[in-house]
Design a protein around this ligand. Structure first.
Ligand SMILES: [Ca+2]
Ligand SMILES: [Ca+2]
Length: 153
C-alpha cells in the first residue's frame, strides 16, 4: 500500500509538472564556450580548442587544437579524465586550465593526463619520446611556429 501511494504521488507530481510547464522553467546552463577564448599563437585570432569524448562516466577526453596562424590541426592522444557535463572548462584547474604560466604573453594549456578517478596511471613510453614528457601533468604551448608539449613544472 505504501509503495502504491508513493508511485501514485510520483505520477501526480510528474503530471503536475507537465501541466504547469514547471520543468521548462528550471534554468539549464548553456555549454561553456570558455575554450574558444584563447589565442595560443599570438596572431590576435582565437584558436579552436576542442575535445572528443570516448564515453563512460569519466574517461576520456582527447584534445584537438586548430591554430589560426597556420590552420594546422593538432590531435593529441592523451587521455584526460573528466566529468565535464557542460563541456570542458576550468572548473577543475588542477586537471585542466589555460593561462599564461610562463608570463611570455601567450597562454599555455595545462592538462593532467593518464589518470582515472584521481588514480595516476603510467605515461606510455612512446609518448615520452614523441612528446618530450615524463610526468602526468603537461603543458601544450606555442613556440617557434608550432605547438610543443613538455612537463608542467
Ligand atoms: Ca591564434
Ligand atoms: Ca605563456
Amino acid at each position: 500500500m505504501k509503495q502504491f501511494c508513493s508511485t501514485l504521488l510520483l505520477i501526480l507530481l510528474v503530471n503536475f509538472c507537465h501541466a504547469t510547464n514547471l520543468l521548462d522553467t528550471i534554468p539549464y546552463p548553456n555549454p561553456s564556450n570558455w575554450l574558444n577564448s584563447f589565442d595560443l599563437d599570438g596572431d590576435k585570432i582565437n584558436d579552436e580548442i576542442y575535445f572528443d569524448y570516448s564515453g563512460g562516466a569519466h574517461c576520456c577526453y582527447h584534445i584537438h587544437i586548430k591554430l589560426s596562424s597556420n590552420e594546422t590541426v593538432y590531435d593529441y592522444p592523451f587521455d584526460m579524465d573528466g566529468g565535464y557535463i557542460f563541456g570542458v572548462d576550468n572548473s577543475w584547474p588542477d586537471k585542466f586550465d589555460i593561462q599564461d604560466y610562463d608570463k611570455d604573453g601567450l597562454p599555455e594549456i595545462k592538462m593532467m593526463i593518464q589518470t582515472y578517478n584521481a588514480e595516476i596511471g603510467k605515461v606510455p613510453f612512446k609518448w615520452k619520446t614523441k612528446y618530450h614528457i615524463k610526468s602526468n601533468t603537461i603543458l601544450i604551448e606555442y613556440e617557434n611556429g608550432k605547438l610543443i608539449t613538455r612537463d608542467f613544472k
